[in-house]
Design a binder for this molecule. Structure first.
Ligand SMILES: [Zn+2]
Length: 66
């Protein structure tokens, strides 16, 4: 299952962008083409932010529309 493969890339203990407290896991993971967006909510200060991980993908599967 591809979902398992994506889950393997989920980062953990990402520091809060505002207060720096580590956040164990993202509250939401949004897979995209060649990247995955993670939504983090800090339990210490309620700050919400996103981070994006970009992966190398086989471009042949997603040719750019010229
Ligand atoms: Zn915080």
């Amino acid at each position: 299952m591809n979902a398992t493969r994506v889950a393997d890339f989920v980062p953990h203990n990402n520091p809060c962008a505002q207060c720096g407290k580590p956040i164990a896991t993202p509250v939401w993971v949004e897979p995209g083409k060649g990247c995955v967006t993670y939504v983090w909510v800090c339990c210490a200060c309620d700050y919400e932010f996103t981070s994006t991980a970009v992966f190398a993908v086989e471009r042949e599967q997603h040719p750019l529309a010229a």
